[in-house]
Design a protein around this ligand. Structure first.
Ligand code: ADP
Ligand code: MG
Length: 218
């Protein structure tokens, strides 16, 4: 579940961005559409509690983020949010297995190889566990990053431009995978995108809403 009220953010040396209110039920999908620079990534950072709203509030999985301090925010984020960044940020020095183990460690969770195996299985990349990121195709790397995102069973999955630089077939596969994964986990899915193919893919599907981030700046 995600709801926003009068959400706004101003960068120190940048524009003030104001966002339309949204209400997304748990398990539903929200598409954040809008041109490059309109504020989609900023919205995701607000939803992840990485940025604190200047005005208004955002409630994610029952937690008002305005009320959350920076320290509490880190612990909350690790549990509640699965993030699929635009640049995947897999550690090149570690194996796939090691990347997921590091995610557990970074979240202050006990090492749990069983859960890592389960997450890799769910994304069909368990056979790649001992590979380094350089030995993965783009699609495989995205699956591994998604396995890492759902490792701690987040209530919300945030994906930033997941189809950027993918051809039509790979883009459709990536969106189907995101949707299936979110649905399996009962997670709310948010996709920030300026790619028209994303709206096309979700056209007519149930539980999907889309808002245009216009990035009112002043
Ligand atoms: P999008 O993801 O839709 O491309 P962003 O959220 O990245 O948009 O950026 C929204 C606006 O905020 C843009 O005008 C961008 O230049 C500006 N912006 C983003 N990050 C910063 C920053 N760290 N400092 C100042 N301005 C920023
Ligand atoms: Mg962006």
């Amino acid at each position: 579940m995600i709801s926003t009220r009068q959400l706004a953010y101003r960068y120190a040396k940048g524009p003030e961005l104001r966002f339309a209110d949204v209400e997304v039920a748990q398990g539903d999908t929200l598409l954040l559409r809008g041109a490059s620079g309109s504020g989609k990534s900023t919205w995701l950072a607000l939803a992840a509690g990485l940025l604190a709203p200047g005005e208004g509030d955002i409630t994610v999985a029952g937690q008002s983020l305005k009320a959350l301090g920076a320290r509490a925010g880190d612990a909350w984020r690790a549990k509640a949010i699965g993030f699929l960044p635009q640049k995947l940020h897999l550690s090149t020095a570690l194996t796939v297995q090691g990347n997921l183990a590091m995610a557990q460690w970074a979240a202050g969770q006990p090492a749990d190889d069983g859960r890592i195996a389960e997450a890799l299985d769910a994304l069909d990349v368990r056979a790649l566990a001992e590979r380094k990121p350089a030995q993965l195709s783009g699609g495989q790397a995205q699956r591994v990053a998604l396995a890492r995102a759902v490792l701690l069973k987040p209530r919300v999955i945030l994906a930033d431009e997941p189809t950027a630089s993918l051809d039509d077939e790979a883009a459709a596969a990536s969106l189907a995978l995101l949707q299936a994964t979110a649905s399996q986990e009962g997670a709310t899915l948010v996709i920030a995108t300026h790619d028209a193919r994303v709206a096309e893919f979700f056209q007519g599907k149930e539980g999907v809403q889309s808002i245009n981030i216009v990035g009112v700046q002043r």
